[in-house]
Design a protein around this ligand. Structure first.
Ligand SMILES: *Cc1c(COP(=O)(O)O)cnc(C)c1O
Length: 391
């Protein structure tokens, strides 16, 4: 392709015509339900700050204290001289919280996924991924030397068939814990059985379950009562339920030592700022102490689902804080999102390629920072929209 701006301009025009053009909104507030966005006061239902910790005063204080002690930049990669005591503390706390021997920090979830899949797969092996796994997992699969197979969403028969059809050794099965754009959960017990049967790694990316699901908030793996033998590679991000930034991989001592030697996105990148790690430690403490956050969130989910049912909205089958309304066309999703905005409510339209073509949706997310009145307000605004069911 020739490097010219004509091609770029054509592409931009096409995206506009297809209702696929995207631009960031300018936000002047902390992450919380009531925000000022593009200069307007607005009630938001699209954040992944599920527990309402992103703007918690104790997190801010931990961050400030660590910045005073250790400065801002970590200065180097972990293996050079960037591994600060705050990183070490957070890794130990994450290992304890998830019930695993060790944990390893990454700067983002995207990088944790690239690092883990890159290190744990090689040529002549097969990698199996749920079709609806997060884009970072798909990209990791594309970069990997293993052959990637995508099985139908949560279809265990389809996964078994694909494994049976392949002549390579099965090396790894990878799934989102809670599917990020759908809100449903993977069948982890069945996946663990299949992985054991084929002597394959099972890796779970619990970005949307961590902090939110399970008795203590350790995530979907805890909720399903599975051990580190069942799910040897556990990944979660800290920028969602934990309200900070970064990600971690938790597992056995040997797995983590292996990743330290081999995961390129661990080795060749600057460690996250120590103050972020300090805030992460505080966040883990609050997750465990303030159990009301999970309980309240659960109540809001129930309240919302009941209200949405009464309104007859085309909801997707989800029991988590992610409650998408499936509308189909990107034009419609944008239109509904705009109509909500004119009522003072922000729910973003999620369009391809984030979701499959023809499956655009309004992705509503609830947070422990919302009140029951907020949810009533949302339901009343949704009640004023005219959802047609034809595509
Ligand atoms: C958000 C997300 C990621 C990426 O995490 P970041 O820390 O934002 O890079 C990875 N996997 C899933 C399932 C996600 O939802």
């Amino acid at each position: 392709m020739k490097k010219d701006f004509k091609h770029i301009r054509n592409f931009l025009a096409q995206q506009q015509q297809r209702y696929l053009y995207r631009s960031p909104r300018l936000n002047h507030s902390p992450q919380q339900p009531d925000m000022v966005i593009d200069g307007e006061k607005i009630l938001t239902f699209c954040s992944n700050d599920y527990l309402g910790l992103a703007n918690h005063p104790e997190l801010i204080q931990a961050f400030q204290q660590a910045a005073a002690n250790y400065g801002v930049g970590s200065g180097a990669a972990h293996l050079i001289n960037g591994h600060n005591i705050e990183h070490q503390r957070l890794e130990e706390a994450l290992a304890a919280f998830t019930g695993r021997e060790r944990a390893l920090l990454f700067s983002t979830g995207y990088m944790a996924n690239l690092g883990a899949i890159g290190a744990l797969t090689s040529k002549g092996e097969s990698l199996y991924q749920d079709r609806l796994n997060h884009a970072s997992l798909m990209d990791a699969g594309r970069l990997s030397d293993a052959k990637m197979w995508r099985y139908q969403h949560s279809d265990m028969n389809n996964l078994q068939q694909r494994i049976a059809r392949s002549t390579d050794t099965a090396s790894m099965i990878v799934t989102d814990g809670v599917f990020s754009m759908d809100g449903d959960c993977a069948n982890l017990k069945e996946l663990a059985n299949i992985a054991t049967e084929h002597q394959s790694w099972l890796m779970v990316d619990d970005a949307h379950g961590f902090g939110v699901l399970g008795e203590t908030g350790a995530g979907l793996v805890e909720q399903e009562g599975l051990s580190s033998d069942d799910v040897p590679v556990l990944i979660a991000t800290l920028g969602k339920g934990a309200g900070t930034a970064g990600a971690f991989i938790a597992g056995d001592h040997d797995l983590i030592e292996f990743l330290i030697q081999s995961a390129r996105t661990y080795i060749f990148t600057t460690a996250m700022p120590p103050a972020i790690a300090a805030a992460g430690c505080k966040s883990l403490e609050l997750m465990q102490k303030e159990t009301w956050r999970r309980n309240h969130l659960q109540q809001l989910i129930t309240q919302f689902k009941q209200g949405a049912d009464q309104l007859g909205l085309p909801m997707m089958p989800s029991d988590t804080a992610i409650q998408p309304i499936l509308v189909g066309g990107s034009d419609k999703a944008l239109c509904y999102s705009q109509q909500l905005l004119s009522q003072g409510i922000l729910v973003t339209a999620i369009r391809p390629p984030t979701v499959p073509a023809g499956e655009a949706r309004l992705r509503i997310t609830l947070s422990a920072a919302h009140t029951t009145q907020h949810v009533e307000q949302l339901l009343s605004a949704l009640g004023k929209l005219n959802f047609s069911t034809e595509k």
